[in-house]
Write a protein that binds this ligand. Structure first.
Ligand code: HEC
Length: 140
């Protein structure tokens, strides 16, 4: 399978389910198979970190806490990628920028808006992945 279409679903794992606390929710366990089989580029390692950290934050948010992600997000601009030509585009930079802004917005979010700001941040992971996986996936 193509690595880029494989990771297109990554962000979906991080989204919080819509159910409120108190309700019993079933959630799909995170799969290990999302990782790029093609190697361990700097960017891939950063992304794995961001995924693990995202899972930790997601857990805490779902418990009503207000954790801040602890990751080196700025490195997204400089980390060497498996397919450097894919990230050397204005489109990639624009997605990276909106991700950084969404992560920053979490710092400023009120306790009530925190959950939503987290979801908004995850959506920027998903948006970039979708753009990267074109033309392999245009179905979503
Ligand atoms: C600006 C674009 C962009 C954003 C934003 C982004 N990613 Fe990625 N992601 C990529 C690219 C490009 C790769 C492929 C990296 C490589 O192979 O060098 C990748 C790969 C991955 C991988 C697979 C790593 C591996 O083992 O190969 C995971 C997991 C991942 N991203 C998670 C996330 C999470 C979680 C977020 C948000 C918190 C996120 N990404 C935000 C572009 C992005």
């Amino acid at each position: 399978m193509n690595g880029f279409s494989l990771f297109a679903t990554v962000g979906a794992f991080l989204l919080l389910s819509a159910c409120t606390s108190g309700e019993k929710c079933c959630e799909a366990p995170a799969k290990k198979a999302i990782y790029n089989p093609n190697g361990d580029s700097e960017l891939a390692l950063l992304m794995r970190d961001m995924f693990d950290e995202g899972m930790r934050v997601r857990e805490a948010v779902s418990e009503g806490k207000r954790p801040l992600p602890n990751w080196d997000a700025d490195a997204i601009f400089t980390a060497h990628a498996t397919q450097p030509e894919k990230v050397a585009t204005p489109e990639f930079k624009a997605y990276a920028q909106s991700f950084l802004e969404a992560a920053k917005a979490m710092e400023d979010a009120s306790p009530e808006a925190y959950r939503q700001s987290y979801q908004g941040m995850v959506k920027t992971c998903v948006a970039c992945h979708r753009s990267m996986s074109r033309p392999h996936r245009q179905d979503q």
